[in-house]
Design a binder for this molecule. Structure first.
Ligand code: NAP
Length: 521
């Protein structure tokens, strides 16, 4: 039997009472560890987090909490190799893809540790100023001022499988900085890495007792134990989000929820580009990167690639030549650039989704024809080479619903031709709200106009022109300084964006009083 991983709840390690779920290497099918949450006393664990963890965090001022994040950064850096081992075994990712998760987590934490220095230096003060005072009386003798205090409850994170490390710390950094205790429920399939990081931080004594808990292996009862001042941050599929939104914790107890869900993101090669222009090359580079990084298992990955109608054949040719050169297989092989999908369920979901998309598209580059690298059993290995699909005319793009609606969470994208910019903008918007759209062109005013036109359907508009060719941060990379989250089907959530991320973990309160009282706050 494989090792059963510890949970951390009520300030101590504890194990589930059931047989648990076995986590498996997606390349060779080897059992790795087990996770289980059966029989845990969630109500008592949450109470400890709220009372002991919350009090411990609130006893620190924002700058001290920033120093706490900096200490976590140093610890995680010192354990980086162990985390890479877990990621390769459990997520089947090549080193570069694991780094996106592990180093992305460390970078995000260190950004928040630095941002803490911008918060007011107020020893022992838990609240932050939100607005200056405004007068409510003609003579100014009665005023209102808004303050932001940490929410009185805890923050429950329910996370997706694809970024076990980053998904934890991109949420925990602003929550802990705001002074709010965290309970993490990682996705079962890849819970090991997040569990290891939490345990390392707890064992190193870097946080107040009860400030960080982890519950692995099941979601039963997690929402039942939430109370009115708690907040819930969910990342995952729209289907699960819909279930959570209907839970009495949300509908009756007023628990605040943030949702990061599915997204059929777009990239748009602007009109006026030619095959020898820099923007063309940048577009092709980014599309190939987005299809192959983490085997396309990124919520931000490009799913729909819009190109001027006359450029579709030449873009298709350039992209397929690049995809043919990508070696896919066992991430332990030095030559391999792209590892596995996370498990058999995900492999079957992507296969099924791809079959559905094929009914509405033509296959330009068929991943099924690519040889995989390594000694792999095809019945076990979850490796899948990338597939590029296309629709052949702007009218067919208008007529298709599926391609704008179906998120295939794997190495798959579709080339979509457009006749003119207004039509392209209309079709991009058919994603019904996405995390990100990227634009590639050389005409700065046209790029700016299009960015603004697409802004209210997206959380982020990533604009790539030759002057930022070397410095742009990538369509799919979520930077802690920029907002992450999208409207509509993307969940309507907002995360990150520098210090504005603290807002979700704070309660804004209007204090109405005489100026002397406000001054004494
Ligand atoms: P998922 O199946 O919805 O699972 C997400 C999380 O919800 C997991 O931790 C899961 O636990 C938990 N969960 C499932 N049912 C639950 C319930 N009834 N109550 C409480 N928790 C429950 O999503 P996934 O397969 O892990 O992730 C893939 C999807 O996430 C994709 O659609 C992708 O677009 C989306 N995603 C979005 C973002 C973003 O930032 N917008 C980022 C990453 C992924 P178990 O694992 O134990 O089932």
């Amino acid at each position: 039997m494989t090792e059963l991983l510890d949970n951390v709840l009520a300030g101590r390690v504890c194990r589930g009472q059931g047989p648990g779920t076995t986590l498996v290497d997606p390349v060779h099918g080897t059992p790795l560890v087990r996770v289980d949450a059966t029989g845990l006393d969630l109500a008592a664990g949450y109470a400890h987090a709220r009372e002991t963890g919350g009090a411990g965090l609130r006893a620190l001022d924002p700058r001290q909490r920033g120093q706490m994040l900096a200490a976590i950064v140093s610890l995680l850096q010192s354990r980086r190799e162990a985390y890479h081992e877990i990621a390769r075994a459990n997520s089947g990712t090549v080193r570069q893809d694991s780094a996106l998760d592990i180093d992305g987590a460390i970078y995000t934490l260190s950004t928040y540790a630095r941002l803490a220095a911008q918060l007011p230096d107020a020893p022992g003060q838990a609240w932050l100023p939100h607005t200056d005072a405004l007068s409510l009386a003609k003579d100014g003798s009665f005023q209102t001022r808004h303050i932001a205090s940490p929410v009185a409850g805890l923050a429950l994170f329910i996370n997706a499988f694809n970024f076990p490390a980053w998904g934890l710390w991109e949420k925990a950094a602003p929550a802990l900085l705001a002074g709010v205790p965290v309970v993490l429920k990682p996705a079962t399939a890849t819970a090991w890495l997040a569990q290891r990081m939490v345990l390392d931080v707890i064992e190193a004594g870097l946080l107040p007792d009860g400030a960080l808990s982890v519950v692995c292996g099941g979601s039963d009862g997690l929402l039942d134990a939430l109370q009115p001042f708690d907040v819930l941050s969910f990342t995952g599929s729209a289907a699960t989000a819909a279930t959570l939104r209907g839970h009495p914790a949300i509908t009756h107890r007023g628990v605040r929820i943030n949702v990061e869900a599915d997204s059929v993101n777009s990239a748009l090669l602007m009109p006026g580009t030619t095959p020898d222009s820099p923007a063309f090359g940048l577009f092709v580079d980014e599309l190939v990167r987005e299809m192959t990084v983490k085997s396309g298992q990124k919520c931000t990955a490009i799913r729909r690639a819009f190109v001027p109608d006359h450029l579709r054949p030449v873009v298709a040719e350039a992209v397929q030549a690049r995809l043919a050169a990508v070696s896919v297989g066992d991430p332990r092989e030095a030559a391999v650039q792209m590892g596995a999908l996370v498990n058999r369920r995900q492999f079957d979901d992507v296969t099924h989704g791809l079959e559905r998309l094929r009914t509405a598209t033509r296959t330009v580059f068929d991943g099924r024809r690519q040889a995989l690298v390594g000694a792999l059993d095809p019945r076990v290995a979850c490796c899948m080479a990338p597939t590029l699909l296309a629709i052949d005319s702007p009218q067919a793009v208008e007529d298709s619903a599926l391609v704008h609606d179906l998120e295939v969470f794997g190495p798959v994208a579709t080339l979509l031709p457009y006749a003119d910019l207004p039509q392209a903008v209309r079709q991009v918007r058919r994603g019904q709200g996405s995390l990100v759209v990227s634009l590639y062109g050389e005409d700065a005013p046209a790029l700016a106009r299009t960015a603004v036109e697409l802004a209210n359907h997206h959380g982020r508009v990533h604009v790539v022109s030759p002057e930022s060719a070397r410095s742009h941060t990538g369509h799919g990379n979520v930077m802690p300084q920029s907002l992450h989250g999208g409207p509509g089907r993307a969940g309507g959530g907002e995360e990150l964006g520098g210090l504005q991320a603290l807002a979700f973990y704070q309660r804004r309160t209007a204090i109405q009083a005489a100026p002397s009282v406000l001054a004494a706050l």
